[in-house]
Design a binder for this molecule. Sequence first.
Ligand SMILES: Nc1nc2c(ncn2[C@@H]2O[C@H](COP(=O)(O)OP(=O)(O)OP(=O)(O)O)[C@@H](O)[C@H]2O)c(=O)[nH]1
Ligand SMILES: [Mg+2]
Length: 357
Amino acid sequence: MKIGIIGLKQSGKTTVFNALTGQAAQTGYGANKVEVNMGTVPVPDSRVDKLTEMFKPKRQVNAVVEYMDVAGVEGEKAVDPAILNQIKVTDALLVVIRAFETDAVAHPFGSVDPIRDFQSLMDEFLLSDQAIAETRISRIEKMVRSNKNAPEKKEYDLLQRIIAHLEEMKPLREMVLKDEERKLVRGFQFLTQKPVLVVFNTGEGEDSTELLSRFQEVSAEMENVDAITVSGKIEMEVSQLSAEEQPMFMEDLGLEALAKDRVIQASYSLLGYISFFTAGEDECRAWTIRNGTIAQKAAGEIHSDIERGFIRAELVNYNDFIALGSMAKCKEDGKLRLEGKEYKVHDGDIINFRFNV
Ligand SMILES: Nc1nc2c(ncn2[C@@H]2O[C@H](COP(=O)(O)OP(=O)(O)OP(=O)(O)O)[C@@H](O)[C@H]2O)c(=O)[nH]1
Ligand SMILES: [Mg+2]
């Protein structure tokens, strides 16, 4: 899973990035104006730990989240194409919004108002998508006008619908597209098509109940948008401590869970992601897929050959496996099942794919 960290200048994006990755990338005005900060974090999953304990494989491989921290956006105009280009490979946007008060850091709009900033960023993303769609339309317009059978006709009509939708100030997350249509426009990587996890970057010990309830009000009708609060600066400090020191500081600060873990959890649920496992003598490994993915597609996560040559999936669910204690016992009890390509993989399935290439 790839997550792009985006937001207004000086909202604390790099601070949050550091908190999430444990890195010490430079913060402060324009510190990452050109280059992108990148970090990969293993997804904590006690089930993989447990499988490793039981299978004793040579290695354990957790799923990973990749974070990408780009430069700040201006606000009130389309997002800089350089930033769009960097962020387009991501599955979701983590939108960092300043909620901390301090005179030491300037706000691009002159005052701290998280809800205003959220709305302004959402508008900015709409403008960006409009600009992308319009540029493409003007490029193919002539061809489509002069030739009724032009191969670009379908794309052209769809882009017209997309523009009409965006002009109503509605994000593309809320536009129903057929699979075929989705494919047609996938290359554009429209910003408003990506799920949004808002991170309100609050100061230390600030009560954010009211902020979150105001957010619920303004986002009630929005699809695939969620928010959490994170005390960026503090979380960054905790992330620089050793694993032994962290629990003590968390207790002192009254943190039940680290932002690092909360963000991953919120992202999985926002994106509707689940995990399946492969387990054997060589490795125990977690894989991330969208809920509802069929077995053959899930196999493709591991290797395209396995997807292409898919024969069947032999599987047992993690909970059954743990309850019974061994594969042999699962087989005896009929918990080890054979499933075909159309089987919808469940969270926690331990799968052995049979394939032929
Ligand atoms: N008081 C306080 N200051 C913070 C907090 N988070 C970030 N800052 C400060 O705000 C300034 C900007 O932080 P960055 O993390 O660099 O912000 P950014 O969004 O990456 O900035 P650009 O990349 O320039 O857009 C730094 O001086 C941080 O120390 C916070 O939670 N509380
Ligand atoms: Mg930064």
